[in-house]
Design a protein around this ligand. Structure first.
Ligand SMILES: C[S@@+](CC[C@H](N)C(=O)[O-])C[C@H]1O[C@@H](n2cnc3c(N)ncnc32)[C@H](O)[C@@H]1O
Length: 155
């Protein structure tokens, strides 16, 4: 994986265990995620989603391959995610992961997404999702390079 994937997320992660979890895994990525944080919006839940959604879409580079982290998306195995990663990389487009805020992602963002990625049916706090995604992306890199970090054995 040559070019850094971008992680564009709502909210400023100022420290604490969620930041430490993300940093621990992001530092192991080759290359690490290039992170862009966008401020949380104000208003009604629908206004928040719309404003944050507009900001997320405005931050995307041209021709981005957009992967929205979304509970309603596809929940692949780690091996299947590694295969998707190879496919995404093969497009040559800048890969951008989007993580919503407490109110979730606006429908406009989900419509723009090339892929909706679920980390399972449980709802996770958005700051924790950053660390979960960074760990999973490291696992994907380990699978693709044959590194023993990933132990695929299952009963
Ligand atoms: C607290 S959740 C938002 C909950 C909102 N009710 C929804 O359904 O999207 C904040 C963000 O974290 C991410 N997220 C939370 N749980 C997730 C999961 N299981 N899979 C993928 N992304 C998740 C999504 O990007 C979501 O927009």
């Amino acid at each position: 994986m040559s070019r850094a994937a971008r992680l564009i997320a709502i909210g400023r992660l100022k420290g604490g265990p969620e930041a430490a979890l993300f940093e621990q895994h992001n530092a192991r990525l080759r290359p690490p995620f290039a992170v862009t944080e966008l401020p949380e919006a104000r208003g009604s839940p629908a206004e928040i989603r719309r404003r944050e959604g507009a900001a997320l879409l405005a931050t995307l580079p041209e021709a981005a391959l957009v992967v929205a982290l979304d509970l309603g998306g596809e929940a692949p195995t780690s091996e299947a995610l590694a295969a998707l990663a190879a496919r995404w990389e093969g497009t040559g487009k800048p890969l951008c992961f989007l993580i919503g805020g407490a109110e979730g992602l606006d429908p406009a963002v989900l419509s723009r997404a090339d892929h909706r990625l679920s980390l399972g049916p449980l709802t996770w706090p958005h700051f924790l999702v950053r660390g979960l995604l960074a760990e999973q992306w490291y696992r994907v890199q380990a699978i693709r390079s044959g590194h023993p970090y990933h132990r695929p054995w299952r009963p």
